[in-house]
Design a binder for this molecule. Structure first.
Ligand SMILES: [Zn+2]
Ligand SMILES: [Zn+2]
Length: 177
């Protein structure tokens, strides 16, 4: 889903996604696989490209589903994600450099060459939303270190060990950093 910057009319461009067409899968192939993360290529929402006195503004919101793997029990689970996009598009002449270099570190600004790749922007932003340690639920007990089954499930008969209160575990993780 690429838009040539030159082709954006004075009164802007609007894209509506109704969850019918595959917008993202081609783009996702370009990104190095992030383990345990899948993005639904069908998205809902709107994105507008507006001409303003500051330049082109990319504005919109989309909704999609992320499929993540729980960092404790390794089960996969879905979360619905609402993503707001609000960027100033800065056009730079890259003379032939690759897309990767087109990414600026500033949060509010996207640097592009002659084209704006909406799919790439969406995937990039969605990947930023993926938690470092996804959890299927806050109190996921994780896998039993002895038998490998879900702790406390019918498959695990191991005696309970002294476990850290999950509220403290977060603190412990902070200290480890
Ligand atoms: Zn889990
Ligand atoms: Zn067990």
């Amino acid at each position: 889903m690429k838009v040539r910057v030159d082709n954006i009319p004075k009164d802007g461009l609007r894209f509506s996604f109704s969850g019918q067409e595959d917008v993202l899968s081609q783009i996702m192939e370009k990104f190095p696989a992030v383990s345990g993360v899948k993005i639904d290529p069908l998205i809902h929402g709107d994105i507008q490209l507006l001409q303003t006195t500051d330049g082109i503004v990319l504005n919109g919101s989309i909704r999609t589903t992320l499929n993540l793997q729980c960092s404790r029990c390794l089960a996969t689970f879905d979360i619905d994600k609402d993503l707001d996009l609000n960027f100033l598009v800065r056009q730079v002449d890259f003379d032939g450099t690759t897309d990767k270099d087109a990414w600026d570190s500033q949060d509010s600004e996207i640097v592009v060459g002659s084209e704006i790749d909406l799919g790439e922007i969406i995937v990039q932003e969605l990947l930023l939303e993926v938690p470092m340690k996804p959890l299927c639920r806050e109190d996921c007990p994780g896998l039993c270190p002895r038998c490998g089954a879900l702790r406390g499930s019918d498959d695990c008969d191991c005696p309970l060990e002294v476990s850290v209160d999950p509220r403290w575990e977060q603190l412990t993780n902070l200290v480890k950093k």
